[in-house]
Design a protein. Sequence first.
Length: 189
Amino acid sequence: MHRNLMNWLLPFLFLLPGVQVANAANSCSPLLSHTFPRLQDETPQNLCQYQGKVILVVNTASFCGFTSQYEGLEKIYAKYKDQGFVVLGFPSNDFGQQEPGSNKDIADFCKNTYDVKFPMFSKSSISGSNPNPLFKMLITKTGTTPKWNFYKYLIDRNGNVVDSYGSMTKPTSSSITNQIEKLLGEKVQ
């Protein structure tokens, strides 16, 4: 009988002041409403799990002059992750064929060379005529297309693109970290 009463009352709880019933499907930003295979094991991961976090999206490559930026990406991820920040890495072979390996090769390189712990996704195209759906939206929203590896997009807690940064801008630069700190201080709307 108690269970029947709860089933009857549940739809009316949202009418009470101060009671909020979360609906993850409705609260996810369209920008994050995408699923990509995880780099390490190709398990599908929905980006909605990062809703409410400050996100730095970056396209990566293992054999690029900017590859050492993995170190800076890992450093800011470690520094800010407990405050609601995440780096999302998307390996791509679009620029200079500098990511020719398999997902396993890339995962091994990231782990063994830079001990990357932030989420990485399977290799995909991020520019050209058929970018993955996240990068397609990022390009549309900002009007800027990645011009090389380690191009970065910063997204606020509400799933809005705030800024983009070229490959020359290091992840630990004050232009990025100051903006991350500002966004971490803002509340989700």
